[in-house]
Design a protein around this ligand. Structure first.
Ligand SMILES: *Cc1c(COP(=O)(O)O)cnc(C)c1O
Length: 368
């Protein structure tokens, strides 16, 4: 599908870290239904969020997320706005009492962003940080200085900028585990029952920008203090089933299409296998030469964001320019770390990974 994807639609290989690529099949379905959704006479873009048609769209998306992720009963699925960045504030506003303390495991810039907002609300204990190693690895369980009486433990499952990912979630005993899964949600299956709350901006690996998914365990709601602004209180959105105010209707609709696409592929087990193949090929290509150097420790490597360097910055600039000209777009590393980053989210085609590897070989031959 993917090589024809490029030829037929004239699309390039999009390695963007976010918003990231979407499955072509999803874009085409949205296009086909754009002007007159399923014959109802209007677009999803124009439709009342209180209509029967839209209610089916949002309910189906929620049900499909439950099915695909195996979300147990006793968890609520919310579609909110404000991005993962608003969750940096909502999590402590709801769950960090003024006299309490929360544990934060700091593995990159987004973890630091979460800490910054939590500190405005209450005490933060940095349970571990790999900042002194430029966030090149995930800390071991034995390094975590967790407090038994913490209100929750917050971690970032995949560090989009640094190309590291937790192989499995930290063990936190009975303290609620809160996860920013913005850049690896749906890349593999996880045991949701281990979490108190999971949040993810959709625009990396589940859909378009504008909607943020929150999965929250019911007993967490009992910890929320009264007096929060309605929009900032998870209970408002649970009670109104994400329809307290106008939701990001079209983004939720596209998330629903992505979930249908994932189900058609065989769900998260099948998706994980494809992701391991794609990332494995690329890491093998990096490891197979001295010319390229991966920046993440081997046991911390991300399936989603593959970060690597060339022998010097001039070559990195040349690589990005020539790759872009060859239809391999978005490979420049984040401005804070430099180097190269290939974001190969679920929707990124295997053919694009192969095209990058071919390009890397040729670039090394010409410049190595
Ligand atoms: C992109 C990203 C964010 C920020 O997401 P917004 O939706 O733009 O607020 C937060 N955390 C992680 C891990 C990210 O990759």
């Amino acid at each position: 599908m993917s090589s024809s994807e490029r030829a037929v639609a004239g699309r390039i290989f999009n390695f963007s870290a976010g918003p990231g690529c979407l499955p072509l099949a999803v874009l085409e379905e949205a296009q086909a239904d754009l002007v007159n959704y399923k014959g109802v006479g209007m677009s999803v873009l124009e439709m009342s969020h209180r209509s029967k048609t839209y209610d089916a769209i949002i309910k189906t998306a929620q049900a499909d997320l439950r099915e695909v992720m195996g979300i147990p009963d006793g968890y609520h699925v919310l579609f909110l706005q404000g991005g993962a960045s608003l969750q940096f504030s909502m999590v402590p506003l709801n769950f960090l009492p003024k006299d309490g303390s929360a544990d934060y495991i700091v593995t990159g810039a987004w973890s630091q962003g979460a800490v910054k907002e939590a500190k405005r609300v209450g005490n933060v204990n940095i349970a571990a940080t790999t900042e002194s190693e430029n966030f090149g690895r995930i800390p071991a369980q034995s390094e975590l200085k967790l407090a038994a009486d913490a209100s929750y433990v917050h971690f970032t499952s995949n560090n989009t900028i640094f190309g590291t990912e937790w192989a499995t979630e930290p063990e936190v005993g009975t303290v609620p585990l809160v996860c920013d899964a913005s850049s690896d949600i749906l890349c593999r299956s996880i045991d949701v029952s281990k979490y108190g709350l999971i949040y993810a901006g959709a625009q990396k690996n589940m859909g378009p920008a504008g909607v943020t998914t929150v999965i929250v365990r019911d007993d967490m709601l009992g910890r929320i203090p009264d007096g929060l602004h309605s929009m900032l209180d998870y209970r408002t959105h649970v009670k109104k089933e994400s329809l307290y105010n106008t939701p990001p209707c079209f983004s939720i609709y596209v998330v629903g299409l992505v979930l249908k696409w994932l189900k058609g592929l065989g769900g998260l087990e099948a998706m994980e296998q494809i992701n391991r193949e794609k990332a494995g090929m690329l890491y093998d290509a990096i490891d197979g030469t001295e010319f390229y150097r991966g920046t993440a420790a081997n046991d911390s490597r991300s399936l989603m964001n593959v970060t690597f360097r060339l022998p010097n910055e001039d070559l990195e600039k040349k690589f990005v320019a020539e790759a872009t000209a060859a239809g391999l777009d978005g490979l420049k590393g984040h401005r804070s770390v430099g180097g190269l980053r290939a974001s190969i989210y679920n929707a990124f085609p295997t053919a694009g990974v192969k095209a990058l590897i071919d390009f890397m070989k040729e670039f090394e031959r010409a410049n190595g």
